[in-house]
Design a protein around this ligand. Sequence first.
Ligand SMILES: [Zn+2]
Ligand SMILES: [Zn+2]
Length: 270
Amino acid sequence: MVTDGHNHTKHFSPDAAQSVEELCTSAEQCGIRRLAVTEHYDADFPDSSLNWVFDIEEYKTAFPNWQSANPAVELLMGVEFGYQAHLASKIDGLALQAPFDVVLLSNHLIRGEDIYVSKLCYEIPRKERFAEYVATLAEMTERCSNFDVVAHYDYINRYGTDDDSRVSYDDCPAEFDRFLEALVSKEKALEINTKSIQKLAQKNACDIMPDPKIIQRYIDMGGRLITLGSDSHTPDGIGICFEETIEYLKSLGITETVYYKGHKPYPETL
Ligand SMILES: [Zn+2]
Ligand SMILES: [Zn+2]
């Protein structure tokens, strides 16, 4: 099984319920032998009831112990930085404060509100909502440099109530082109987030797999770096929907994904 490049633990991510031991045990049971721990670092997050930032020095100290306590699984030290316009240079600085294997960059907000709980978000007409979200992905990819992967480009439709809520290239082609062009020119990876797929499956959406046009456009522009991440927060989330997603990617002609170690992409055959 390929690497799971996106996971959270309760030690440093306030919304995760699994310990690193539980994560590693579950990974082994799924046949996953390598995974990235990518704890949340969302500075100035609007939901101040939880602490969305952690002490990077503490994380650096804890991580080697995690690896020695769980030798059957290779752990990659990662982080998921949450973007806001005023944080671009701060994120680039923070990313250098530890020898991260992989840095994910993501956006959990629309108009300053948390997409997970925002009601305003779903009052914005569907296409406008998607266009705004993808434009922010483009902006963060252009403005930040010290990251490897853009996580869950489809987060905007993960918690929506629309029946056909998969975000598609044709919803906002100009914004997707700008985003994918920035990814390709900066040689950053596009994550296929399998939790987003699972959420669409739970809503009985008609199309649950990522829009093939988005992936094809990235490849046509010269993109070669695709990662897989389950975004697990509990032990049952690791590797979720990986088998179906791998089959789907192969059906699109994609034969390899990558994982990052020391910020370098390593290919894995699907
Ligand atoms: Zn996220
Ligand atoms: Zn995450």
